[in-house]
Design a protein around this ligand. Structure first.
Ligand code: HEM
Length: 151
């Protein structure tokens, strides 16, 4: 496969894990838990998301290493402007995720430890908004990253 091929494959795999996980959380997990009581639902969702978000950190690190690795090997000039767009939306996604991790996720875990369900619900809602934005941004990023060269 060679170094370039390995980097592209790692890049696509990391994108699949991150975007796929958000699609699952948004379209499958959330609606399925709608009718559960807060005292059951909130600790469960926090646990599931806490595990997923660790994979997201791994995906971010691999996306950055592989993305800039591809550019280091081929040079920016080898690609069209779509790579700048992918980089821009990708960095916005990473900043949003970093905020999510250090602000609402941290507050959510503290609120759950204190069994403060209203605060936990409020912070989970903030996480939901950010994950929804990132899911659509991620969809756009994948379309641009994978389809850009065919434009
Ligand atoms: C933030 C820095 C990023 C850089 C520097 C970067 C760079 C690149 C480069 C150079 C390519 C190869 C383009 C081509 O062969 O036409 C690529 C492809 C791709 N990128 Fe990114 N990328 C970044 C972030 C992301 C993110 C956040 C996602 C999705 C969540 C993403 C998804 C993809 C996909 C799906 C491809 C197509 C892979 C394939 O050829 O199968 N990228 N990226």
């Amino acid at each position: 496969m060679g170094t370039l091929g390995s980097l592209v494959a790692l890049h696509a795999l990391s994108a699949a894990v991150w975007v796929g996980g958000m699609v699952f959380a948004h379209f499958c997990l959330r609606p399925a838990l709608r009718d559960f009581e807060p005292a059951v639902r909130l600790p469960f969702v926090a646990d599931v998301l806490g595990r997923f978000f660790r994979f997201v950190w791994g995906a971010i690190i691999l996306l950055l290493i592989s993305g800039y690795g591809i550019l280091a090997l081929r040079g920016f000039d080898a690609f069209g402007a779509y790579v700048h767009l992918m980089q821009a939306t990708g960095i916005v996604m990473m900043l949003l995720f970093t905020h999510l991790w250090f602000a609402p996720r941290r507050r959510l875990e503290r609120a759950i430890a204190a069994r403060d369900w209203p605060t936990a619900a409020r912070n989970l809602d903030q996480i939901r908004v950010i994950v929804t934005i990132n899911m659509w941004l991620g969809t756009l990023t994948v379309l641009v990253g994978a389809g850009g060269r065919w434009l």
